[in-house]
Design a protein around this ligand. Structure first.
Ligand code: DX5
Ligand code: ZN
Length: 200
């Protein structure tokens, strides 16, 4: 059964409480928070204080998607704010060190692969990874068009996982709506991350 996470990046902040309750009732599995620092991406979004407040509204899992430089410095902060899944981008950090550290904190170690990156960048760390986020848009902004090239990447990653009998879930982030979700599922996605299409 495919799981659905909701990214609140494009949601109306004055309505977070109602939105979280509604999405919970609609059967969403968890919430995805895009943390942006104005450096790794040219945008700002969320922080640990906001996440800690929202944590009171639901028991569903929270994923921190760290679209920031030096994410290793902030792993504790986001785990302490109530996130169970921590996602980092390989080009921003010492990937092996951060993945190992996330697991020592009993959180799920997750890595995001940008459209221009190949699977090779993570291949040798597969045994340290719990979840792979295939970016189907360039990180930084909501409401971008789904990049169909990500489908082949999802398929390849899924094949590697199956061939090696690994326990890694594959997520897709960016441009997911009622049409693209089926393409993602057909190619093996386990977790769909919905953003702006929820709030149009
Ligand atoms: C982009 C973010 C996504 C974004 C998805 O940097 O990582 O999580 O919120 O939003 P949509 O679905 O609008 O592309
Ligand atoms: Zn995201």
């Amino acid at each position: 059964m495919v799981k659905k996470y909701a990214s609140l990046l494009s949601a109306d902040a004055s309505d977070y409480k109602k939105i979280i309750r509604d999405l919970e009732q609609r059967g969403f599995t968890g919430f995805h928070f895009d943390i942006m620092d104005g450096h790794f991406v040219k945008n700002f979004a969320f922080n640990a204080t906001i996440i800690k407040s929202l944590r009171k509204l639901t028991k569903l899992p929270f994923q921190a998607h760290l679209e920031i430089e030096n994410p290793g410095e902030y792993i504790d902060m986001f785990i302490d704010s109530g996130c169970q899944i921590i996602t980092v981008h390989p080009q921003t950090c010492n990937l092996e060190r951060e993945l190992r550290y996330i697991r020592t904190k009993n959180a799920l170690a997750s890595v995001a692969i940008d459209p221009e990156l190949e699977i090779d960048v993570i291949k040798r760390y597969m045994s340290l990874i719990d979840n792979i986020v295939v970016m189907s848009v360039y990180p930084g902004f909501g409401n971008q068009k789904f990049n169909e090239k990500s489908l082949k990447k999802i398929k390849n990653i899924k094949r590697i996982i199956e061939e090696n009998d690994l326990e890694i879930t594959v997520s897709v982030d960016g441009g997911i709506d009622s049409k693209t979700e089926y393409l993602a599922i057909e190619n093996g996605t386990d977790i769909l991350i919905f953003g702006s299409s929820l709030f149009e």
